[in-house]
Ligand binder design. Sequence first.
Ligand code: SF4
Ligand code: SF4
Length: 390
Amino acid sequence: MNGLIHLTHDCNLRCPYCFTGAKWKREMDADTGRKAADFILDQVARTGERAVLSFFGGEPMLCFDTMKAIVEHAEVEARRRKLTCLFRMNTNGTLITDEHLAWFEAHDLVFILSVDGNQAMHDLDRVTASGEGSFGELEKRFPAFLEHNPAMMVSVVITPRNVGHAAAGLRYLLDTGFKYLIVKPDVTAPWTRDAVAELERQYNLIGDDYVMRARRGDELYVNLFDDKWLQHTKGAEAMGIRCDVGSSQVSVAPSGKLYPCVRWVQEEQDTVPALGDVWNGFTPDRLAAIVEASHAPKTPCGDCAYSDRCANECACEHYSATGRIDTPSPALCEHERVIVPIADRVGNQLWREQNLVFLRKQYPDAVLAARRAASKAHDPSEAPEERTNK
Ligand code: SF4
Ligand code: SF4
């Protein structure tokens, strides 16, 4: 189970697309945080899974001391219960110093960094309270971040405002050394026809850039393509990576209340009822109701040809965009209809070229079998008589 621990509602940035609600000063205290860790460990002790504690906000680095107290407590408690507990964080990165990086290394805490591409793209939305772009200072930290974790995941949001920079922005991140990109369109924003046409143009450019990098042997992951390929090659099995509200993950608000998703913590005003709290556990009927609603068929999807590859599983995202758990936003639907054909074009091209970067990820068993066959053929003890130099 993934326990998303919201350390604060506050943030030092004011991204207009932020879905974590108003920025106000309410922080989780250390006792509530320790209780939240115990609650997650108790849940996984019943199922035998591993626990993941992911620090979230607002900006969790505003509450680093509380994070430390929770991690140090969870390490002891997980050892005592013979459980595996991993630590994660989603952060805008602006407050992370070298001392923090050393502490993350000592405690195996891995963070996902939010950066919207290059400066031109990033500074359109990711601004401070006084409206200044946050890219300049953040960029200075990239070498230290990559040295700390060369496999660092970067999260990028594409909006109708920044879409014209998307291909250049992603190219910049890959050129800088970030190899693993999670790209999400802001589907709660209104996308005009022109903005969707630009999105399609940019995705085609990003696809062409992916092909160029794969041809020269770069290892990379861009969810826009890799996830669609995985859904194509693995079908229903790949759907296992999808979100599962209130079951495989739960969000803990600074007050200790439980919510099904990071999107629903917001101001804790109970526009969505809490699922319980860390002291008393889940309220079973609320949990059952949300799980059932999130698994219900999506309203406009019916027998849509894209339904088994569509990113329409996020009940909480639907609720944010349309006010209904079972109704994806029109922007999400348009996005999926744009990206699936482009992912297929790029995937088909790499398949025809028998590109190893592509094959290793999508067909690892076949690549391994081919390697074994090739090494047998080159093993003198296995090689046919006429292929040896006797
Ligand atoms: S940095 Fe993250 S939490 Fe802060 S305003 Fe931006 S999206 Fe919201
Ligand atoms: S593309 Fe649209 S209609 Fe089709 S499954 Fe996705 S959200 Fe539903």
